[in-house]
Design a protein around this ligand. Structure first.
Ligand SMILES: [Zn+2]
Length: 200
């Protein structure tokens, strides 16, 4: 059973956005972790999109690394449907790629709800040159109904992106500049321009 938690405001907080200076994970990656979830073999899903209540992000009980300096967004290169949720992504990274955990710290679902991925006191696996300092957030989508790649971002997902950034800035006390994976390497991930969303 996966250990991820859907976000909510029901946590009893023992750490108020705690940060740690020298956290050392007891887990070791089984293989080198790199790249994102892009998989050209994925086919569009016929899964319909159920409506589920959107929950607010509350990281008050989470321990954050002091080294976080920025936030990098990704897309999942999948149809924006409920099938490709955080559990699907964790399974892809852990069961298929042999990583220690999902590569992203936060995951914005097809309906704009936010799920927690890899704990924020651990270095992620999403942007090889920036993993040490960058929090990774994946946004479900990036593939159109016909199987071609395209922008599928919705207003709900944009709001969730802003909510993630606001909460991370609150918890770290830092401005944490935002960017897309494609701003750091030659990739189409994500297809949308991150800075445009935050300049709206
Ligand atoms: Zn990416």
């Amino acid at each position: 059973m996966n250990s991820f938690l859907k976000t909510g405001r029901s946590f009893v907080s023992h750490f108020y956005c705690s940060r740690t200076r020298s956290f050392r994970s007891p887990l070791r990656p089984k293989t080198i972790e790199s790249s994102d979830t892009s998989d050209s073999s994925l086919k569009p899903s016929s899964v319909t999109e159920p409506t589920s209540p959107k929950k607010s992000l509350d990281l008050s009980a989470d321990v954050l690394r002091d080294e976080w300096q920025q936030i990098i967004f990704h897309h999942t290169a999948t149809p924006r449907t409920s099938k490709f949720n955080v559990e699907w992504c964790r399974s892809l990274h852990v069961d298929q790629r042999g990583w220690s955990d999902i590569g992203y710290h936060l995951y914005i679902e097809h309906d704009g709800s936010i799920s927690k991925g890899r704990p924020l006191n651990r270095i992620g696996a999403h942007c090889s040159s920036k993993n040490y300092e960058a929090i990774g957030i994946a946004v479900c989508g990036g593939m159109l109904a016909d199987g071609s790649y395209g922008i599928t971002l919705t207003e709900e997902q944009k709001e969730a992106m802003k909510e993630c950034v606001a909460e991370l800035r609150r918890c770290t006390g830092k401005q944490l500049p935002v960017s897309g994976h494609r701003d750091h390497k030659s990739t189409l991930c994500p297809l949308f321009e991150v800075k445009d969303i935050f300049d709206e």
